[in-house]
Design a protein around this ligand. Structure first.
Ligand SMILES: Cc1ncc(COP(=O)(O)O)c(C=O)c1O
Length: 382
């Protein structure tokens, strides 16, 4: 049987509890990022796609899928965070952008965003990728003028490598993950991600709100940004918040279980490339420790099912092009669909209006074609 585990967070804030005053993400920080990102060339809200037949098939009231494939032509939501943080790094300098180099480690999408931001705002960029990042994803980063360097080990090793090289050369690390003493930049990244939440709230039918949000997590920055945005906006009516991770890279699941950040070691192998992270970001943890209601760890097979199901919808739903990581929220819904004992404590039933964050499209078109048997254009033309 395919593996699926669920953990209810014992330390989750009670439903009526206000957003913690001490939490790092703020309404003002989100508002500032929204103002900035909206001013960029090519800005347009991504669609919130309604999937009534899928909701019906899964016994839910509604599923709405925020499709980030079209975000600034970068095919993922990451365009929001990395590029916004590059902008903020440059704004804090009193020298020309051309003299500044930004750097980061990436499993693909974050690096693409930082490289795009560096090109847009006129600074240099060096991106570190680890062993299993596909050449297609590395090439996509080079297209934005960045130098890509491949390093041994996993994502967390690449993070350490980028920090070391930055120290040696005087570069600025624009990381999406935060750790002791490194918070300002990843905080900007997370405030940038809030644009997606802001748009989703504006696109939701008037007077309503999601009852549940499923968000896939690598280091947890995306999840924490979405969680904080909705908590700040909806306060007591905040949606139930479920973290989704691959079974072998379930660092937030394990952290919630332990009540403190807990690392996962090893290869972290998963087809959900964007989620292959073994350590939760410190800032993300400060929100998710009480903001997450549950965590679900799923087998890769569910992620592949989700990609195919979105590509070949039944019952008149529109087709959606989602990468293996982008479809992970739906993958968790499919996994829970087979396990009523997990759905009940989440109140995931006929009243549930679920928001899924379709965080990426076909960020590697070759991999996408292998999974679906067709390319994105064919899927959308069908
Ligand atoms: C497409 C996609 N979705 C989700 C995530 C998870 O984001 P985070 O690492 O902030 O949890 C990533 C991270 O790279 C990603 O690339």
């Amino acid at each position: 049987m395919r593996e699926v585990r669920m953990l209810l967070n014992r330390r989750a804030a009670a439903r009526g509890q206000a957003y913690p005053m001490s939490a790092p993400l703020t309404a003002a920080g989100f508002a500032k990022a929204v103002r900035e990102v909206r001013s960029w060339p090519g800005y347009a809200p991504t669609p919130l796609v309604v999937l009534p037949a899928l909701a019906d098939a899964l016994g839910l009231a509604a599923i709405r899928y925020k499709d980030e494939r079209g975000r600034f032509g970068l095919k993922s939501f990451k365009a929001l965070g990395g590029a916004y943080a590059v902008r903020r790094v440059l704004a804090r300098q009193n020298r020309p952008a051309a003299e500044v180099t930004v750097t980061c480690a990436t499993d693909g999408n974050h690096g693409r965003s930082v490289a795009w931001g560096a090109q847009l705002f006129g600074c240099s960029c060096v991106i570190f990728v680890h062993a299993t990042v596909s050449e297609g994803r590395a090439e996509a980063i080079r297209r934005y003028g960045a130098e890509v360097r491949r390093v041994k080990g996993n994502y967390d090793d690449a993070v350490r490598h980028a920090a070391g090289e930055a120290g040696r050369h005087g570069w600025y690390v624009v990381s999406d993950t935060s750790y002791e003493g490194y918070r300002d930049v990843p905080l900007d990244v997370m405030h940038g991600y809030g644009v997606m939440a802001e748009e989703s709230m504006a696109q939701w039918p008037a007077g309503g709100a999601p009852t549940h949000i499923f968000v896939q997590a690598g280091v947890g920055a995306l999840a924490a940004a979405i969680c904080a945005s909705f908590w700040l906006r909806w306060r007591k009516r905040r949606p139930r918040f479920v973290i989704v991770e691959p079974v072998r890279a379930d660092c937030i699941y394990r952290s919630l279980e332990a009540g403190r950040p807990a690392a996962v070691h090893g290869g972290l192998e998963t087809v959900m490339a964007g989620l292959a992270c073994g350590e939760v970001s410190q800032l993300a943890w400060e929100v998710l420790a009480t903001g997450a209601d549950a965590a679900v760890a799923i087998d890769d097979a569910f992620a592949l099912d989700a990609v195919r199901r979105l590509a070949s919808p039944r019952g008149g739903d529109p087709a959606i092009v989602a990468g293996e990581t982008g479809g992970a929220g739906l993958a968790a819904l499919l996994a829970l669909g087979e396990r009523p004992e997990f759905r009940a404590p989440l109140a995931l039933g006929p009243q549930a209006e679920v928001l899924l964050l379709g965080s990426e499209g076909d960020t590697d078109p070759e991999i996408y074609r292998r999974i679906v048997g067709r390319g994105a254009e064919e899927v959308l033309a069908a």
